[in-house]
Design a protein around this ligand. Structure first.
Ligand code: GLN
Length: 267
C-alpha cells in the first residue's frame, strides 16, 4: 500500500495504519486510500506503515495514525498488545500528532469497553470515556454537525473548486452495539443530526483530544468527507512544516457521494 510521488515541495506525510489485519471493518481501509490519494493530488509524498501485534511503534516516525473498527473478539487481542504501545502512542498525541480512530479502535483508546457478557476490555485512556455493551445494535447512516471549533478550523484549511459554502457536517455509516459515554471535560466531535452516535441518548458523536479524533463513522468516512480528509492532512503537515496552504481540488464527485449519503438518512 505504500505510495510515493515526486513533489516540487518535498513534503511528506507518514501514515501509520494500526492493526490493519485485525481492525478493518465496513471499508475503513478506504480512509488510508483517501489520505494517500489526496496527498498525491496535493503533490505531497506519503508512506504507509502497518503496525500490528508484536510490532514496535516508533514514536518519531509518523504524522497520522489510523485505527479502524473491529469485532469484540479482535478487540480483546488488540487490547492486550496495545498496552505495550500505550506510552508511545499517548506521548505522540501529546506532542501534536494526528490520529483518526473509528468504532472499535475509538473504543480501545478510551478507558475501557465492558461487553454485554461482563468482559472488561482494557483501553489506554487516551480519551476519557468508556463504552458499555448494549442489546441495541445501532446500524444506519450517521449524519453529524461538527463541533464549532473543528468547523472553524476546517473552513480555514479546506479549499475546493466545487463549493462556495463550506460544509460543517460529516456523513458516515455506523454499526455498533457499544454505547460510549464521554468524561466531563472531553469534547465530542459533533452533534448527531440523524443516527445514534456515541450512545443514541445524548446526541453526542465521537470525541476530540488534541489532534486525536474518535468516531463511529465507518463506510468509509474520508472519501465522502473530503473537507475532513484535508483537515487531517493539514494538521499533519502543520506539525512538521508549519502552516501549508493546500491547493483547491475538484471534489465534485466526493460532494455527490456526500449529499447522496445524507439523502439516504432521510428515507
Ligand atoms: N465491537 C464494537 C461494538 O459493537 C465495535 C464494532 C465496530 O468496530 N464496528 O460496539
Amino acid at each position: 500500500m505504500a505510495s510515493t510521488v515526486t513533489t516540487r515541495f518535498d513534503l511528506v506525510v507518514n501514515i501509520c495504519h494500526l492493526y490493519p489485519d485485525l481492525m478493518d471493518t465496513y471499508g475503513d481501509k478506504g480512509n488510508i486510500i483517501t489520505l494517500v490519494k489526496r496527498c498525491q493530488w496535493h503533490r505531497i509524498k506519503t508512506t504507509v506503515s502497518h503496525v500490528s501485534v508484536g510490532d514496535k511503534l516508533d514514536p518519531e516516525k509518523y504524522d497520522i495514525y489510523f485505527f479502524g473498527g473491529g469485532q469484540d473478539r479482535q478487540q480483546v487481542i488488540v487490547s492486550h498488545d496495545l498496552q505495550s504501545k500505550a506510552k508511545n502512542l499517548k506521548a505522540v498525541i501529546e506532542r501534536g500528532s494526528t490520529l483518526l480512530s473509528i468504532c472499535g479502535g475509538y473504543q480501545l483508546l478510551q478507558n475501557y469497553f465492558k461487553t454485554l457478557d461482563g468482559t472488561e476490555i482494557r483501553g489506554i485512556g487516551l480519551f476519557d470515556a468508556h463504552t458499555l455493551g448494549s442489546t441495541t445494535r445501532m446500524i444506519q447512516n450517521l449524519h453529524i454537525k461538527l463541533n464549532d471549533e473543528v468547523s472553524h478550523q476546517v473552513k480555514s484549511v479546506y479549499r475546493t473548486t466545487e463549493l462556495s459554502i463550506y460544509p460543517t457536517d460529516l456523513i458516515g455509516f455506523e454499526n455498533h452495539s457499544g454505547k460510549t459515554y464521554l468524561g466531563k471535560s472531553l469534547k465530542p466531535l459533533g452533534k448527531v443530526i440523524r443516527g445514534a452516535g456515541n450512545n443514541g441518548e445524548d446526541k453526542t458523536e465521537g470525541a476530540i483530544y488534541k489532534n486525536a479524533f474518535g468516531c463511529y463513522l465507518h463506510g468509509s468516512l474520508l472519501p465522502k468527507n473530503p473537507h475532513f480528509a484535508d483537515y487531517l492532512i493539514s494538521k499533519a503537515l502543520q506539525r512538521r512544516y508549519g502552516k501549508i496552504k493546500l491547493k483547491p481540488l475538484d471534489d465534485s464527485i466526493e460532494w455527490q457521494a456526500h449529499k447522496s449519503a445524507i439523502e439516504r438518512t432521510k428515507r
